[in-house]
Design a protein around this ligand. Structure first.
Ligand SMILES: Nc1ncnc2c1ncn2[C@@H]1O[C@H](COP(=O)(O)OP(=O)(O)OP(=O)(O)O)[C@@H](O)[C@H]1O
Ligand code: SF4
Ligand SMILES: [Mg+2]
Length: 343
């Protein structure tokens, strides 16, 4: 048994999640039947090339699809059960009026760009305190004191003075820390982080990631972490879900996935990125031929088949493979059993 052994009941259980974008030509399935579960204290990294559906998956769980960046109309299907601590709710079935009470309290999101969740016209300390007054029912004085503690916890130097700063008066790294403090203020059960450190320089990124890991241990939250960076995956994740064209194609424990990928796309994706320290640093980078097809022109059968070195025309271009359990992981590949480990 390791410290990351999952407890029995997941904090989040996603079943058959679909995000159908409304377009002039009809509905486009940008997320198409995503299933996973996530336990307390665990981190699931969602990886895949640009356009795979990672952000839409995250935004759908926060019920933010159709708003802001993902502004066009969309229909959500499937179920996403969140254990709030006082019962299970299906995030996809909640009425809009029920969402504010849950956001920030039971689940929180950390975005790449802190200004999407910080309000430019309020001082940062006040914004954190406000969430504590609203969700935790603290008095203003108690909330102010807790906000200060949180700013210190996320490593803001001279937090007593900085809490009076407006977001634009802080550096990018400091704003990211403030957003993390705000996301974690009410000790959420689930945090969804979409490329939270991509915009930061390497040193600050390492500090922020270490901080998130430490706070996760203290709070015991489940973390869904979207990233392009395999080094970040190796540092943060317990489990990895690899997405391609709106579907998860392989889901495995992080060490098993790096050591022996079994889906041809996973193997190609790992080879297409620089090696990771302690895993395979220094190996050659091999780009994946071709590119991910647009949603309007998804091929029949396995969506990866036009780019797959192992495609079997008779099978792979005809039928979409089912997700199957094999060798201690989940795989969506018609040839997975015969191909074995691809490294
Ligand atoms: N507002 C939108 N309008 C039209 N298409 C969209 C919108 N948001 C997402 N899409 C499409 O949905 C698909 C999935 O997008 P998503 O943003 O989830 O990808 P991603 O995996 O997060 O990519 P990246 O790594 O670039 O962030 C893409 O084909 C994208 O073009
Ligand atoms: S189903 Fe076929 S095309 Fe798709 S990944 Fe497997 S071998 Fe390649
Ligand atoms: Mg994205």
């Amino acid at each position: 048994m390791t410290e990351t052994t999952p407890s029995k009941s997941p904090v989040l259980q996603v079943q058959g999640l679909r995000v159908l974008l409304h377009s002039e030509g009809g509905m486009l399935a940008a997320v198409n039947g995503v299933d996973f579960e996530l336990h307390a204290g665990r981190t699931l990294a969602l990886v895949g090339e640009s356009g795979a559906g990672k952000s839409l998956t995250s935004l759908a769980l926060m019920r933010l699809v159709g708003k802001g960046a993902a502004g066009r109309g969309a229909t959500l299907q499937g179920q996403a059960w969140l254990d709030t601590g006082s019962g299970r709710v299906d995030l996809l079935a909640l009425a809009p009026a029920q969402l504010p009470a849950l956001r920030g309290k039971a689940l929180a999101m950390i975005f790449q760009e802190p200004m999407t969740s910080l309000n430019p016209v309020f001082r940062v300390g006040w914004q954190i305190a406000e969430s504590l007054v609203r969700h935790e029912g603290l008095s203003q004085a108690a909330a102010d004191a807790r906000a200060l503690e949180l700013l210190q916890l996320v490593g803001i130097p001279d937090a007593a003075a900085r809490r009076r700063a407006y977001p634009h008066e802080l550096s990018g790294g400091m704003r990211q820390r403030v957003m993390i403090a705000m996301a974690l203020a009410c000790r959420p059960r689930l945090v969804i982080a979409d490329e939270p450190t991509t915009a930061l320089d390497v040193t600050v990124q390492a500090q922020v990631l270490a901080l998130m890991r430490r706070l996760q241990r203290e709070i015991g939250m489940a973390l869904l972490f979207v990233t392009h960076d395999l080094g970040v995956v190796a540092q943060m994740a317990d489990e990895v879900a690899v997405m391609y064209a709106g579907r998860i194609v392989e889901r495995a424990e992080v060490r098993a996935l790096f050591a022996a990928p079994r889906h041809p796309y996973t193997a190609a994706l790992l080879r297409s990125m620089p090696g990771v320290a302690g895993v395979d640093a220094g190996r050659l980078v091999e780009p994946i031929p071709g590119s991910m097809p647009p949603l309007t022109r998804l091929p029949a059968g396995c969506a990866f088949h036009p780019r797959c070195a192992f495609a079997d025309a008779a099978r792979c271009s005809v039928e979409m493979p089912e997700m199957r359990q094999l060798a201690g992981r989940w795989l969506r590949c018609a040839r997975a059993a015969e191909l074995g480990a691809l490294r």
